[in-house]
Design a protein around this ligand. Sequence first.
Ligand SMILES: Cc1cc2nc3c(=O)[nH]c(=O)nc-3n(C[C@H](O)[C@H](O)[C@H](O)COP(=O)(O)O)c2cc1C
Length: 168
Amino acid sequence: MDFPELIRRRYSVRAYRPEPVPEEALARILEAGRLAPTAANRQPFRIVVLHTAGRQEALRRVYARDWFLQAPIVLCVCGVPSEAWVRKDGRSHLDIDAAIVMDHLVLAATEEGLGTCWIANFDVDAARSVFEVRPGEVPLLLTTLGYAADRAGVKERRQLDELVRRID
Ligand SMILES: Cc1cc2nc3c(=O)[nH]c(=O)nc-3n(C[C@H](O)[C@H](O)[C@H](O)COP(=O)(O)O)c2cc1C
């Protein structure tokens, strides 16, 4: 898939088939996450791979959507605040780094023909327990990972001239 097509193909998948994710595909997706750029190359993130089978009850406490429990895998990107680069004005780049890692994971998954959905609206305390988040780490973003059972809708986006300003 070329890059423009990859970008067009990715969408938030909110229905999954039960087929497992091939180990080799998962390895390539995680490698894409590993190679993500981070501020000052601090790499202040950890990725937790959770197989959902048999954990539906616990996962429902994290994010109570049926499609969330359907996916064979959920990935959790955790941040390590003490490792993050902090700008002079005090702004930690932890969240930005985590988002770039997640975008790498998601785009690599799309390339593998797998579906994903960014999830930020989860219960943090439940996620800490279910994803066995370690002291010093914070769960920042989740994505489901599996084969889609739905189809992409129309992409609702603002026009480019609303989003881009040029200074010539
Ligand atoms: C940082 C972030 C957090 C998101 N959190 C959620 C979420 O908690 N639940 C959900 O269903 N979708 C979530 N989404 C998905 C967005 O709703 C979705 O990307 C957006 O509506 C555009 O649709 P598309 O991904 O199909 O192109 C999130 C997306 C991003 C980038």
